[in-house]
Each structure stands twice: as C-alpha cells, then as structure tokens.
Design a protein around this ligand. Sequence first.
Ligand code: SF4
Length: 387
Amino acid sequence: MLYTIPDYYHEFSCIAGECEDTCCAGWQIVADEAALKKYKKVTGSFKKRLRRSINWKEGTFKQDKNKRCAFLNDENLCDMYTALGEKSLCRTCKMYPRHVEEFEDVREMTLSVSCPEVARILLGKKEPVRFLTYESNKEEEYDDFDPFLYSKLVDARKVMIDILQDRSKKLDLRVGLVLAIAHDLQVRIKREDIFSIDNVFEKYQTEKAIQFVEDKLTEDEDYAFITKMYQNQYLMERLRDDWEPYLLEAEKLLYGHLKTTDEKTQAEDKERYMEQKQQFHEWLKEHMPEYEIQYEQLLVYFISTYFCGAVYDGEAYVKVQMAAVSVLLIHELMMARWIKNEEVLEQEDVVDIVYRYSRELEHSDPNLNLMEKLMRRDMLPWFKKVY
Ligand code: SF4
C-alpha cells in the first residue's frame, strides 16, 4: 500500500479551545461501529451522558438546536475527550481534519482547509507544496478499478501541479495551461484513448504550446460567468445558518443588484464591479503580494485532493474547473471583505474565508456532487482568464 501526504501534514495540531470555530458543529457526526460498541460498555459517571447523547439507531451524536454536538461544552471542548480520553473518540473525530482519498493499494491523505488551523498553515506556506510517499506491505484489490487510468491521472496531476508551481509563469497562464491539459485529457478519456494521454503532457511542455495558450487567453472579464458561479452557491445545501446571509451581504457589495431587470442599473453595477476589481488587484499587488502564492497553494490543494477521483467517474475536466472556480469564488469573497473593511484585508480574513468556503463545499457530499454537476452545465472555456 502506498500512502501520500503533503509536506505540511505533520505541522498540524488541534488548538482546541483556542480555535475561533469548532469542527463539532454544523454537521452530523457519524460514529463508527467499533466506537459505538465501546460506548455501550462504558460504566461510571459518564455512562448516563453517553446514553442520552447518542442516537443509537442512526449511530450519530445528537445535536442541540444550534447544531452543536451534544458532547461539546461552552468552552468548545469535548466532554467525552475530557471524561474518557482521546482513545474514546470515534474515527471521524480522531481523523478530522485529516482526509483520505482511497484508491486500489493507495491512500492519499491530506488535511482539510475547512479547519482554520490547517487553512492558516497552508496559506502561510511560501514554498511550493511537496508530496511525500510511504509504503507498507499491505495489499488490496478492488472489484471495479482501472489501475491504468489511475496511473495516467496520477501522471497528469503531477504535470499539472508542476505547472501550477512554476512561478516563472504568470498565474493566469499556469491556470490556462492546466485547464488546457485537462480539456485534452477529457477528450481522450471520452473516446477511451487512454494510451495517447502521454502525448498531451509532452505537447503542453513545449514552448510552442505554452505560447499558443498564452496567445489564446482572452483578456475579457467574464462578468456573466463570475456572477453565475457566485449564484450557483445558493443552490447548495447549507451547513451553517450564517452562510447564506454572508453570501448575500458579499453579493450586494460586489455586484449590487443582481436580480434587477433594469438595464441601466445592471450596466452601472457591472461598471462599478470592474473598477473595484481593478483597484482590488492593485491593492493586492501592493499590500498582499503573496496572494498569488496562496492561490497556487489552494489550486494545488483542490487538484491534489479531487483530481484522481476521475478514475471513478471519468470527469477530469470538471475537477480542474472546480479547483479554478473555488479559488475564483474565494477571490470574490476576499474582494467583498476588502470593500466591507474599507480597502483593508488581513491574512486572518483570508483564513476565515477559505475555511468557511471549504466547510460548505467539502463537508457535504451532495454539495461536492452538485458542484461537479454545475461545472458540467456551466463549462469554463479553458482559454478564459480566471483571475
Ligand atoms: S476546527 Fe481544527 S483547530 Fe478547530 S477544533 Fe477542529 S480540528 Fe481543532
């Protein structure tokens, strides 16, 4: 079995009561069978609390009306941990924010940026992320797995990550190249021509192809595309009650009156958005020049986590588009915060935006599936400048 981790994996440790949020609220925690068995055997003073705080039929921890776990106290500490120790935690609680993608004979482990402390580590990282591998003697076989396609996807992901981390190129060009590779890859997957995938990697590493993509990238700001992507967020399942009001407030700050049919108002809103966007970019370059590195880290995060899942559904392009659009939406939310804060944006604002965005998207399988569906519906042309 091969295990991979990003190089910052061991930097994480939970800051518990110091955390500005908690991972024990907002979603249903499902306990594994082994933990439930253990809980049934607990004796002593905590027994009663355990009995009444677990939905035994569903195997989940009960929640209060604010969707806080029944074991979470007012100091945001876990009473079960305090009473019974770390070993008592169920697999979900022990694992979070560690996330595992499973493939035949491979476990790709990462840390979820839905945890603010992980977001802080990733966004503070200046060097390109490297991935480390370990092997064990364990072997397994899946019934329905295409190891050949998986190996090609792994190769493609490596090429895409290398391009994204090539800081001698502008970020727009790096994203354009990665989308172009994913686009050509998708064509080959659809026509079941997996053998020719290597040609795609070779092609996009030539100077000629890089120049071609650079020339093709359109300068047109696609206001309609951006607002569409933004509005798609309202179609998602909401994990936190404060997420929709937050989106609505940011929407107003960014785009004014999105629902108006008055053409004059629409034109004024668009013009103001364009002006603000330009000012925001200038501000970023001057006051937060590391923002391009942060976008790179986030793109690498989304692509390294989700891209190889295409081995199960053949949808390589939408996974790369999801990465690009997620960073675009984070960028939009950063701009809204900057407008709200009267042209100030702190690193902690970016951490806050990233972890909250990630929670809504990544902690819900229906949302991840819907996001991919929406990416298929609203395809981003590979030659469109994203940021
Ligand atoms: S969100 Fe992260 S830092 Fe905060 S309590 Fe959970 S694991 Fe710890």
